[in-house]
Each structure stands twice: as structure tokens, then as C-alpha cells.
Design a protein around this ligand. Structure first.
Ligand code: ADP
Ligand code: MG
Length: 333
């Protein structure tokens, strides 16, 4: 069913950056502490993602590239509180149907390493191959067999830019993981693994010195249980103050339970608090993390769109608004 996989790829895999996203998220789901990403020609020629995560048994390699085989959920009920990034089991078969693909892996803690190649959807056989514990996925010649898709790929710099932007978004959310990137054989970026909390160093590296210098740190937990429905909410991160003099609509990073999302209601709450307290009309730059009980948010809206649906959207809007209004007002006092 190469065709079915290619159709699925049409939904999920738009460009090299989508492949990087799927592969890196798999590495994170596998518990990787370090991820190496090698790119050639903006990822069109090659994307190679290597991790030091849990790895895959040789005899499970065919399963990993077959449709709807996910090791991450066992039943529909699990969807409710899904904590891993992937859970649909369609990324690898989709990618492998539109590229020259190789999956090489070895279980952490023993066993043999093996490789499975898939050429434009044609699955080969598992062969022994040397590899340290962890997994490498190689994707060459993306869309080589789908000329209509290949035609829409942009210049190398543009595709690379999309990948870098996605990696920046990830680096802000996962300061605990080391990321190394190379392009056309040259090291291009290295994010050293740090603690669990986004440090000023990484903030600075990701968004520039200006942002880091002008950013206000926010960290607020919802009120105590007795106060009602806002319990268990937490908003933390950084918001630039008006002294930050830069067009900033492209520096708005919002994460819900660690997952980068776009949400109009929250974006509105941030902008409104900013406008009410400080300044009218300007787009605030921010990196904000909202944490809440996963049962109060539905992430299963669309595999590629970064949208979520909140069970109580109004309450969350108001929590974000009030938290930022207070934090920003204090800087004026
Ligand atoms: P999903 O992530 O939705 O489960 P994928 O198609 O992305 O589906 O991956 C299929 C399966 O392959 C995963 O469920 C996992 O078991 C395995 N897998 C993929 N990438 C890795 C990796 N880097 N390390 C360990 N296992 C992996
Ligand atoms: Mg996945």
C-alpha cells in the first residue's frame, strides 16, 4: 500500500522540515539525550537523525515502517492522556514511501544492531549492521518518486530556514537535550544539553542577546485547590518588555504541556495584557509555557497543524491574561 502511504505523506510531510520534526520527535519519544541532525541541500538530498534513545529490536524494524504500527498507545483510551509526541504510527511509512529511507537501530542495553531499507515504499529485508545503542534514520532524495511534490520544494536556504526555525522552537522547549546540526558537512549549530528549565543562555542563543536582556521572567501557578477551576494551571517563561525594540510577531513561542502550539485565544490574552499594562498596538515577543492536566486539553486535533482544543478555553484565556497583567504591572510599580 505504497499509494496509501504516499497519500498520508501528502498530509503530514510537506517539506524537509516536516521530516525533521517527525524524526526528532520520535527520538525524543525514545528518550534521547542527544540528537545529531545531518542535512544536505536543505534536507532535500539528505536528512539523517541519530539518537541515543531506547532503540528498536531487529525483528521490530518492519513494524516500525508499517502503517498504523505505533508502540506508543495500546487502546483508544490512551489517547486521552497521550504524553508522547507521536501516536499515529504513520510518520515512518509515509516518509519511507516518498524517499530512499533507511532505519538502523540497536536496543539500549544489549542485542544486535540491524538495518532496514525502504526505497520509495518498497520495503527491503532486515540486515545486520554496526550501530551503537540508539537509532539512526536516513532520508535521502525526498519526493524523488513524486515529481509533483518535489516541484514545490523551495531553494536550499529556504528549506534550511524552515528546519532551523523548527529546531529553535524545539530547543526552547527542550533545554535538557543536546542537539547538534550540520549542513553540507559543516557543523552549523550546537545546543548543549542543560537543565530542565530554559536558561538565559539558551534563550540568548535562540532569540538573541537583545531579547534575553529585555525579557521579564514569569512563573505563576494557579490558585490553591479551594479557589476552584484554575487549579493545576501553570504559566511560565519570558515576555519581552517594551524596551525590546524589534518587530516581534515572529518571536511568539507558546507551548502547551511542552508541545509548540498556535492558539488564537491565548495569543489574544497575551497581547491584551501587554497592551493594557504597557503599550498599545505592539506585538509582544514571548516564550511561554502553559502546563495543565492533559485531560483538559485535546492535542489530537490534526497531526500536522499545531492546534489544541481546551476543555475550558475561557478560563485559560483569563488565567493567562491575569498572570501576565500582574507580572507586567509589577515592573511598572
Ligand atoms: P509514532 O511515532 O506515531 O508511533 P512513527 O511512524 O513515527 O509512529 O514511528 C513508528 C514506531 O517506530 C514508533 O511507535 C516507535 O516504536 C518506532 N520508532 C520510530 N523512531 C524511533 C526512534 N528514533 N527510536 C526508537 N523507536 C522508534
Ligand atoms: Mg512518530
Amino acid at each position: 500500500d505504497t499509494l496509501v502511504n504516499q497519500i498520508a505523506a501528502g498530509e503530514v510531510i510537506e517539506r524537509p522540515a516536516s521530516v525533521v520534526k517527525e524524526l526528532v520527535e520520535n527520538a525524543l519519544d525514545a528518550g534521547a539525550r542527544r540528537i545529531d541532525i545531518d542535512l544536505e541541500e536543505g534536507g532535500v538530498r539528505l536528512i539523517r537523525v541519530r539518537d541515543d534513545g531506547g532503540g528498536i529490536e531487529p525483528d521490530e524494524l518492519p513494524l516500525a515502517v508499517s502503517r498504523h504500527a505505533t508502540s506508543k498507545i495500546a487502546s483508544l483510551d490512551d489517547l486521552e492522556g497521550v504524553a508522547t509526541l507521536g501516536f499515529r504510527g504513520e510518520a515512518l511509512p509515509s516518509i519511507a514511501s516518498v524517499s530512499r529511507f533507511a532505519l538502523i537501530s540497536r536496543r539500549a542495553g544489549g542485542g544486535h544492531a540491524a538495518m532496514l531499507e525502504v526505497d520509495g515504499g518498497r520495503v527491503g529485508t532486515v540486515v545486520p549492521k554496526a550501530h551503537p545503542p540508539g537509532t539512526t534514520v536516513e532520508v535521502r532524495d525526498l519526493f524523488f518518486n513524486v515529481p509533483a511534490r518535489r516541484k514545490f520544494l523551495k531553494a536550499e536556504r529556504t528549506e534550511l530556514g524552515h528546519i532551523e526555525e523548527w529546531l529553535r522552537q524545539l530547543a526552547l522547549a527542550r533545554p535538557d537535550v543536546e542537539l547538534r546540526v550540520s549542513h553540507n558537512g559543516k557543523p552549523s549549530r550546537r545546543w548543549k544539553g542543560e537543565g530542565d528549565l530554559l536558561s538565559e543562555v539558551r534563550l540568548h542563543e535562540a532569540l538573541g542577546e537583545e531579547f534575553a536582556r529585555n525579557a521579564l521572567r514569569v512563573d505563576h501557578h494557579g490558585p490553591a485547590p479551594a479557589a476552584g477551576a484554575a487549579q493545576g494551571l501553570r504559566l511560565h517563561g519570558w515576555i519581552a518588555q517594551p524596551s525590546y525594540n524589534r518587530a516581534s510577531a515572529d518571536q511568539q513561542y507558546l507551548y502547551v504541556n511542552g508541545r509548540a502550539v498556535r492558539d488564537r485565544s491565548i495569543a489574544h490574552a497575551v497581547k491584551q495584557a501587554y497592551a493594557d499594562v504597557l503599550f498599545h498596538g505592539r506585538q509582544p515577543a514571548y516564550v511561554l509555557f502553559l502546563e495543565l492536566d492533559p485531560r483538559r486539553v485535546d492535542v489530537n486535533v490534526h497531526p500536522a497543524k499545531h492546534e489544541v482544543r481546551f476543555r475550558d478555553a475561557r478560563l485559560i484565556h483569563d488565567f493567562v491574561y491575569r498572570t501576565l497583567e500582574q507580572a507586567l504591572a509589577e515592573t511598572r510599580a
